[in-house]
Design a protein around this ligand. Structure first.
Ligand code: ADP
Ligand code: MG
Length: 258
């Protein structure tokens, strides 16, 4: 199930984010306009310092633009108040980072449960949702382990479960394979694409690994010096994705959504 529709989910209009350091201004993101439709898997490519993380953080509501508008389902993230922006991050956004960011003293299940506690989900519902999210990333048997007892690939899958447990609309990932070897990196990308196709989730991923982007993303956007350099659909991955959905998915019954 790929639910790409024509109506944009995210509409960035002339978005800039300038940092001020002393007398100088760094245009980290410089007048970017972009529309992202539901169900897309967008890879943001570009060399180091090109503004990828800054732009991703703006779309995820972790930071605000210096100028421009970012509409997500009709709301402009640049204009809503801090409480509403926090609610957007909590309810609409799932986030995955290069460094996993799991709390080492907590079990995997407790880590995955954290967003549910922040969202004040009823205690009785939490355990089942945590287990379902862990099964979705094939870590159902690891729920009582602590992060230091898990491999890098397992930790990143745990971080993906934590990002999914609140049933977000958009999953943002900033260099999710940056700390992994190529085999584990490819497994994470396979998992992200499965999440895109089986849950119909919109995924926006920063990477500097073009071959991975070309293999898995449905669209490739390139940044350079804070500006949009190119934006093109990636039909090669679409063909692979269609083949992947034709085969019975191992986790088809592990629905995260109700
Ligand atoms: P990328 O993720 O593509 O490597 P970033 O978005 O992290 O790039 O950074 C873009 C530019 O903005 C870089 O020149 C970087 O040094 C600068 N930058 C990023 N964050 C800050 C900050 N908090 N203060 C000042 N400059 C920053
Ligand atoms: Mg970055």
């Amino acid at each position: 199930m790929t639910t790409t529709s024509d109506k944009p989910l995210i509409h960035a209009q002339n978005v800039s984010r300038h940092y001020h350091l002393g007398d100088s201004t760094i245009p980290a993101v410089n007048d970017i306009s972009l529309e992202i439709r539901p169900g897309e898997f967008v890879a943001l490519l570009g060399s180091s310092g090109s503004g990828k993380s800054t732009f991703l953080n703006l779309l995820a509501g972790l930071d605000r633009p210096t100028s421009g508008a970012i509409h997500v389902r009709g709301r402009n993230l640049a204009a809503i108040d801090p409480t509403e922006l926090a609610r957007y991050r909590r309810d609409t956004v799932g986030m995955v980072f290069q460094s996993f960011n799991l709390l080492p003293r907590m079990t995997l299940a407790e880590n995955v449960e954290l967003p549910l506690r922040l969202a004040e989900v009823d205690r009785n519902d939490r355990a089942a949702r945590v287990q379902s999210a862990l099964e979705h990333v094939r870590l159902g048997a690891r729920s009582r382990h602590r992060p230091p007892e898990l491999s890098g690939g397992e930790q990143q899958r745990g971080a993906i479960a934590r990002a999914l447990v609140n049933r977000p609309t958009i999953l943002f990932a900033d260099e999710p394979t940056g700390n992994l070897d190529s085999v584990n990196g490819e497994q994470i990308l396979l998992l992200l694409r499965e999440i895109q196709t089986t849950l119909g989730m919109t995924i926006i991923m920063v990477t500097h690994e073009r071959p991975l982007a070309e293999q898995f993303a449905s669209r490739i956007v390139t940044l350079g010096d804070g500006k949009l350099k190119s934006d093109a659909p990636n039909s090669a991955a679409a063909v692979q994705s269609a083949n992947a959905t034709a085969a019975p998915a191992q986790s088809a019954s592990n629905e995260v959504r109700p």
